[in-house]
Ligand binder design. Structure first.
Ligand code: ZN
Length: 182
């Protein structure tokens, strides 16, 4: 017990960002890939408008359902987002850093699209998900995937949509590099 407390107090702040790869969430391989030139200028926040999830098994299932919907019903080559994040604190790989997404027309080739799993219109995601998203942004800057002077935006700033939900949109508008005008 004391050991556990020691672990959480001293190690959690330094915990690494865990990315769940396609193979690990049970995803299909993309039909084709359009390579993306990085670093990109924009980081676009979405929500999936699905149920929420708090463990890897449940989150993986939702990600598979979304991929199936995007590929089978919309006819896309892959799940639309570059990444997704669950309230289990994990980041799920979608198209990743090197493939153009299908999430915000007009911005796909110049952005990374991250979708929070759940519907965040009236309630924002939990701290685990918010922290994971911020770590992903930091990783992107440190690995030259995102420009230093990047612009953080919500999907609703690019078209008429509720996405990423009002509560989440309010939250990201307090984050560094969020811009009111694109
Ligand atoms: Zn969206």
């Amino acid at each position: 017990m004391i050991f556990m407390i020691f672990l959480s107090v001293f190690f959690l702040p330094f915990a690494h960002l865990e990315t769940i790869l396609r193979e690990d969430w049970g995803g299909e391989y993309p039909a084709r890939r359009a390579p993306m030139t990085t670093p990109v200028q924009y980081f676009v926040i979405h929500h999936t408008a699905t149920g929420r999830c708090f463990n890897r098994r449940a989150c993986s299932k939702i990600v598979r359902t979304i991929q199936n919907y995007h590929m089978k019903h919309r006819g896309w080559s892959d799940i639309g987002y570059n990444f997704l994040v669950g309230e289990d604190g994990n980041v799920y790989e979608g198209r990743g850093w090197r493939t153009v997404g299908a999430h915000a027309p007009g911005y796909n080739s110049k952005s990374i699209g991250l979708s929070f799993i759940g519907n965040f219109s009236s309630k924002k995601p939990n701290q685990k998900a918010l922290t994971a998203a911020k770590e992903l942004i930091r990783y992107a800057i440190n690995h030259n995937k995102l420009k230093m002077n990047y612009k953080l935006i919500g999907h609703r700033q690019t078209k008429m949509t509720d996405c990423p939900g009002t509560a989440l949109y309010k939250e990201i508008s307090t984050w560094p590099n969020w811009v009111k005008r694109l």
